[in-house]
Design a binder for this molecule. Structure first.
Ligand SMILES: NC(=O)c1ccc[n+]([C@@H]2O[C@H](COP(=O)([O-])OP(=O)(O)OC[C@H]3O[C@@H](n4cnc5c(N)ncnc54)[C@H](O)[C@@H]3O)[C@@H](O)[C@H]2O)c1
Ligand SMILES: [Zn+2]
Length: 661
């Protein structure tokens, strides 16, 4: 296709996507897919030197809704230029420096060398508040930058937005309306129709005609810019942020001033690490020139200021097609759906499957075979399906299984989950129990892989975990792939596993939700298998990290007749768990919560975190009353101030090096 033709096509596609995203708050594609199309258009415009006046690259935002009153901003609102790697960031920086140089060569009054402010880029809906005579008189969306929608009643539902402030002049202050991830999660647990992500949730709430709907979503806001102010002049961005805070408008407690682009990059790295600990959605960092006179000299393009740029993180969401749903039987008999997807890349990894939790989830998210689904991957290895993006596609209903896909036993419903009750002869259940039992942190039986476990189940008619202790050489040698040496090795490994530590044995039993750490805590507390077996619910709750759910799981587990039988059998086969008093060396960090801020010489964040964890401490992302120590390095952030404010004990670099040697 001819380049100009392709440009026209892209303009149509992008304008349509903008309408769905900005006007309807119902994106048709993920941001990643949108950005690819947009970048293609920008590239073609550069190549051809042609820019159509109606091109989306020439404007900010999208159409505004008629159902709201129009609001004309006093000062225009902008979008942000973006970059996706440090190379692009450095070229932005070089451009800035060149422009400053040019300016200085033709003006008597010189601009200072640039300093930068790094902030989080929040992913919500831009809001612009107007204060007059100390009162909040209007709140609006960004709209197309010049005209937005008046949504004052909706904005007033945000509890942290002050209705009155100390400053008495006219002022426009701009920020981001956000739905906290915790609020989204809570909302989605109850909602008939779950919201797909926190950005659309916030945008949809603020642009809902009924402020009661807005209120239900428990939004918050962070402010980061004053677009217009009467009679006040700020010298720097930091000064402006201070003014915002002084007027008790919520500003996020992080904005870092940097002297060089290298420092900026260091900060971005920290942000990238920290951002998953935040309760709001972020899609990048924003880098802004601190000095206001420099900003003025640099000016604006059609769409964005030259003095700021967004560093976008790798997208964590994309869309793809759902090909089929597989039902898997787990160790506990729970039958869960796994979505098989058309392979797609997210953040550098190819994704082929996603979780769907349970059948209720499928119904609520309106997922069907053949639907185009939005998937999200944050820290988890396996991504989650957030919802369907295009309901028009031809699809087929997902059927709820009535019988076990492995053993054909009729399934039973327990709450939202379905289970195969046949724990005795249902192959995947027993096989995964055996594999877990034999795993390294459990009984550590080398050579008992999933394949081998399947073979034992099929050929030797294994009915129970304890049966592995009855396996004989004559049995094994008959099996395909088992020669003398391999058979002997496996038998030895099985024999040698009879003397496990109590913690490993408890872990090996596979009590629901009891991982290695909890198993160790249980062993530590009760010191004997009998003790754990007889443990009362209340006593279990006294163990750190054991909540009501796990306590219940443990009590129920040891009440199950079949499990007790299996346990007896294991013991009669000669398995003897033993408890050894282990003395973990105490350190100053043992059982303490530690926060790190600033750069620590000789350590990356990750290394230091690991070191502290090795010494028994827990590293947390933010300072609170529960923080025991704050480690303060070079150029500490606001966490340092918070620590001082709360009187948390500070460890400086010198003391740290004495502690960790
Ligand atoms: N999926 C879709 O169909 C679709 C359609 C249109 C746009 N989009 C997405 O939206 C992007 C463009 O939207 P945009 O013009 O709103 O730009 P943007 O979201 O990339 O950046 C500009 C906005 O960032 C916000 N922001 C957050 N934190 C900030 C901070 N600390 N300082 C300053 N600003 C901050 C401001 O509200 C500002 O308006 C695209 O790149 C794409 O990812 C997606
Ligand atoms: Zn089954």
């Amino acid at each position: 296709m001819d380049k100009i033709e392709r440009m026209k096509e892209l303009i149509d596609i992008i304008n349509d996507l903008n309408y769905y995203y900005y006007t309807l708050d119902q994106p048709k594609v993920s941001d990643k897919e949108y950005d690819t199309l947009y970048d293609e258009l920008v590239k073609l415009e550069k190549e051809t030197g042609t820019v159509f006046p109606y091109s989306p690259t020439q404007r900010v935002g999208g159409e505004i809704l008629d159902k709201f009153e129009k609001h004309y901003h006093i000062e225009r609102l902008w979008s942000l230029d973006k970059c996706q790697n440090y190379g692009e960031l450095r070229s932005w920086d070089n451009r800035i420096k060149r422009l400053i140089e040019e300016y200085n060569s033709s003006h008597a009054e010189q601009l200072p060398p640039p300093t930068y402010v790094v902030e989080y880029k929040f992913d919500g809906l831009t809001i612009n508040l107007t204060y007059r005579e100390g009162e909040l008189v209007q709140g609006a969306t960004r709209g197309n930058g010049t005209v937005g929608e008046a949504i004052l009643p909706q904005i007033k539902t945000i509890k942290t937005v002050p209705l009155k402030i100390d400053f008495k002049g006219t002022m426009e202050v701009q920020g981001e309306g956000l739905m906290p991830l915790s609020a989204l999660k809570e909302y989605n647990e109850r909602a008939d129709e779950p919201l797909k992500n926190a950005r659309n949730a916030a945008a949809g709430a603020l642009r809902n005609l009924d402020p009661r709907v807005t209120k239900e979503r428990n939004l918050i806001a962070y402010f980061y810019n004053i677009g217009y102010i009467e009679g006040v002049e700020f010298k720097t961005h930091m000064e402006m942020l201070q003014f915002i805070k002084d007027n008790r408008l919520p500003a996020f407690n992080y904005a870092k001033e940097c002297k060089s682009i290298d420092e900026v990059i260091e900060e971005i790295e920290k942000i990238e690490e920290e951002r998953h600990n935040l309760d709001v959605l972020t899609d990048g960092a924003v880098i802004k020139i601190n000095d206001m006179r420099t900003r003025e000299a640099l000016g604006y393009t059609m769409r964005f200021p030259r003095w700021a740029i967004a560093y976008k993180f790798e997208a964590e969401e994309t869309t793809t097609k759902l090909i089929e749903v597989q039902w898997n039987v787990g160790r506990t008999g729970k039958v869960t759906p796994i979505a098989i997807l058309e392979p797609v890349e997210i953040a550098g990894a190819t994704v082929r499957r996603a979780t769907l939790n349970n059948y209720d989830d499928i119904l609520r998210k309106k997922v069907a075979i053949g639907s185009r689904v939005l998937i999200r991957r944050s820290n988890e290895v396996i991504p989650e399906i957030m919802g369907v993006v295009d309901a028009d596609e031809e699809t087929m209903k997902i059927e709820k299984p009535t019988h076990c896909p492995a053993c054909d036993t009729e399934l039973i419903q327990d709450g939202v989950h379905i289970f195969c009750p046949n724990s005795l002869t249902c192959k995947p259940q027993l096989v995964s129990r055996i594999v877990h039992f034999a795993s390294r942190d459990a009984m550590n039986i080398e050579g008992l892989s999933e394949k081998t476990a399947e073979k034992l189940f099929e050929e030797l008619n294994l009915k129970d975990i304890a049966d592995i202790y009855e396996i004989k050489y004559e049995d094994l040698i008959k099996l395909e792939g088992f020669k003398d040496k391999r058979a002997k090795n496996l038998l030895n490994a099985i024999e040698n596993s009879k003397d496990p530590s109590l913690a490993a044995f408890i872990y090996a039993l596979g009590i629901p939700n009891v991982g290695l750490k909890t198993a160790q805590d249980l062993a530590e507390h009760f010191k004997s298998l009998e003790g754990i077996k007889e443990a009362e619910y209340e006593e279990l709750l006294t163990i750190p990290d054991v909540g009501p759910k796990i306590a219940e799981n443990i009590v129920e587990f040891f009440r199950d007749e079949r499990i007790l039988e299996g346990l007896e059998k294991l013991l009669s086969e000669g398995v003897k768990p033993h408890y050894e008093e282990t003395t973990i060396e105490e350190s100053i960090f043992t059982n303490k919560t530690v926060v790190i801020t600033g750069t620590i010489n000789g350590y990356t964040r990750k290394e230091l975190k690991e070191k502290i964890e090795e010494m028994g401490g827990k590293v947390s992302g933010s300072v609170s009353r529960n923080t025991d120590y704050v480690i303060v390095g070079e150029n500490p952030g606001s966490k340092y101030e918070k620590a001082l404010e709360l009187g948390v004990e500070i460890i400086d670099e010198e003391r740290l090096s004495e502690i960790i040697g």
